[in-house]
Each structure stands twice: as C-alpha cells, then as structure tokens.
Design a protein around this ligand. Sequence first.
Ligand SMILES: [Zn+2]
Length: 76
Amino acid sequence: MDTRKGGHRYCPSCKKIVETRVLLEGYSQLEVQGIPAKKRQVICGTDAEGSNGCGAKWFTLEMLEEKVLGKGGKRG
Ligand SMILES: [Zn+2]
C-alpha cells in the first residue's frame, strides 16, 4: 500500500500527538455542507503497517478556514 508522509496528528487510539502516514487509497474529495473538502485516511505509525505506532486508521477532513469560519468576505 502506498503512503505519503503525513506529519504529526492526534491519534484517537493513543490519545496523543503521534507520527502518522497518509494512506493514498483513502483519499477523496467531497463537499461537507456545501464546502469543498479533502478527505484523507491516515494511520498511526511510520508506514502502512503502523510500524512505530498503534496502527489505528482514521479519516481527516481539510477545508478552507474562511469557508468554515466565514472570515475574509468576498473579493473581486
Ligand atoms: Zn495511535
């Protein structure tokens, strides 16, 4: 399984910030309440098998802050 360096995230299983990897096959784009978002599946560990971590998998969403918080207003 292909992975990409995922950085550090809060693991809901370890209940602390851990090193994670992004599982590329879990990637998708979707809309959440009309806001475009990127969905990623990450794993607790330093490879797709969860080495050096607990191996828990979960999903994260990435959205533009201003779309969520309504800051900045419209431009142009
Ligand atoms: Zn963990």
